[in-house]
Design a protein around this ligand. Structure first.
Ligand code: GAL
Length: 436
């Protein structure tokens, strides 16, 4: 049974979010000297089964970049992604069911932070500290990030990338239609954002804020909590110095309810990418989503500044809402040598460069030259280095799987209700319970 809460997760997360430099001791993502290469590959053959939710659209294209490096370095390995879709929501349930049924993959996608600690506590991940030494990784990741993957001095997974969750995206076409600024979409606070949504509505865009299913709504909610509480009080939600039952959370939830009233009625059926398409088609103006969005925009050949704009989500300038994907070696992995090869690839400079360039994230390695990455990624990297870092709820940095599930249930119950005062009160009580 999974423990209710991991103190170690909180300690590790506290390390990262107590203002420890995101660059750790390694100096950031700007070094121009060639990054050290991982150990030369010993021949490995046979199947490699991973579980990742990068199974469709632009995310699958990102994963494909890792597979290219795998194929070049380990040509005799047959790569199989036996994953499931829906961006971290039900995919995690599918994975847990398989693990509980004694059918673990060789390696699986897991978020750094509380979510990774869940699997560590459940004994489902092996200690891969030796691979950090073997692959020369000891000093290439931010120390604070590695701390989130460590328990009792043992490191359990290897990060492939770092994403920012608090970003708002708009299409220029939709901004034009809505009569809103086509050069700047940063809104200082919820009130000014809501005024813009009203303006778009008046211009005939009925549901100006596009959102997808429950996990996308939780994603939206966390950005509102960050904006309304500010980074310090938001972090306090996870170490109990901020009261989930207090008036500030109540006010943030009221803002979330208000934002939800501007969203598309078919949200329950959509993942993040179809929600984004509503913005691209000018049926909505904005969506608030993590920076896997650029991959979808690139794959449609759309250009930053000309076709679309981005900014920190309303009220969150100066804050980086953090999440990182990582992979480990599963306990009972059927093909451990192939899993090790996978970890070699995802942690290598070649793997992190090819993959992140397409995925939209920034490399977790701090020794990669970003000058050939997009302007967006360079800006995200600067924000990761300089801004206040806070942990994502939806993407496992702040919330255990149990807390994430309880949050999803509470949000879904609310957003499928009339979203009135009573429903808001219930939402607040249930969120407080989820993080108690
Ligand atoms: C996140 C994951 C990202 C991206 C996103 C949408 O949880 O960390 O890499 O895949 O889901 O699917």
């Amino acid at each position: 049974m999974r423990p209710k809460k991991s103190l170690i997760a909180l300690t590790a997360a506290a390390l990262l979010f107590a203002g420890v430099s995101a660059c750790g001791t390694t100096g950031g993502n700007t070094t121009t000297s060639p990054p050290p290469s991982n150990t030369s590959a010993a021949p490995v053959s046979g199947d490699l089964e991973i579980f990742s939710w990068w199974v469709a659209g632009s995310e699958a294209l990102g994963l494909q970049e890792l597979v290219k490096v795998l194929n070049a370095k380990y040509p005799d390995i047959k790569f199989i992604n036996n994953g499931a879709s829906t961006g971290g929501g039900s995919a995690k349930d599918v994975l847990q069911t398989r693990m509980a049924g004694g059918q673990p993959p060789d390696s699986f996608q897991v978020h750094a932070g509380a979510e990774a600690q869940d699997y560590i506590n459940a004994g489902q991940l092996q200690d891969v500290s030796n691979l950090y030494t073997e692959f020369g990784l000891t000093n290439v990741f931010p120390a604070s990030l590695v701390a989130m993957l460590t328990q009792n001095g043992k490191i359990y997974t290897i990060p492939s990338n770092v994403h920012r969750a608090n970003v708002i995206w708009a299409s220029v076409k939709a901004l034009d239609k809505a009569g809103l600024s086509k050069t700047d979409i940063y809104y200082n606070d919820m009130a000014s954002f809501i005024a813009a949504l009203d303006k778009a509505k008046t211009a005939g865009i009925q549901y100006p804020l596009a959102v997808g299913t429950t996990w996308c709504q939780v994603h939206l909610l966390e950005t509102v909590l960050i904006a309304d509480l500010g980074p310090d009080k938001y972090k306090g939600l996870f170490d109990k110095t901020t009261d989930w039952n207090g008036p500030e959370v109540a006010a943030a939830l009221a803002d979330f309810g208000k934002l939800m009233s501007y969203t598309n009625a078919d949200r329950g059926d959509l993942d993040w990418e179809p929600a984004l398409v509503k913005v691209l088609d000018a049926n909505a103006v904005f969506t608030i989503m993590g920076d896997w969005v650029p991959a979808a925009l690139d794959s449609r050949n759309l250009k930053d500044g000309t076709d679309y704009l981005w900014a920190p989500s309303p009220g969150t300038k100066g804050v980086y809402d953090f999440l990182a994907d990582s992979y480990g070696l599963t306990t009972g992995a059927p093909h451990p040598a192939a899993a090790k090869a996978w970890l070699d690839v995802i942690s290598s400079a070649e793997g992190q460069t090819g993959f992140n360039r397409v995925k939209g994230s920034i490399p977790a390695r701090t020794d990669i030259d970003l000058s050939t990455f997009s302007a967006y990624q360079q800006a995200a990297s600067a924000s990761f280095k300089n801004d206040a870092i806070v942990p994502s709820i939806q993407h496992g940095a702040a919330a255990t799987i149990q807390q994430g599930n309880a949050t999803g249930q509470a949000v879904s119950k609310f957003t499928t209700s009339p979203m009135g005062a009573d429903n808001l009160k219930t939402l607040q009580t249930e969120l407080a319970k989820a993080f108690a």
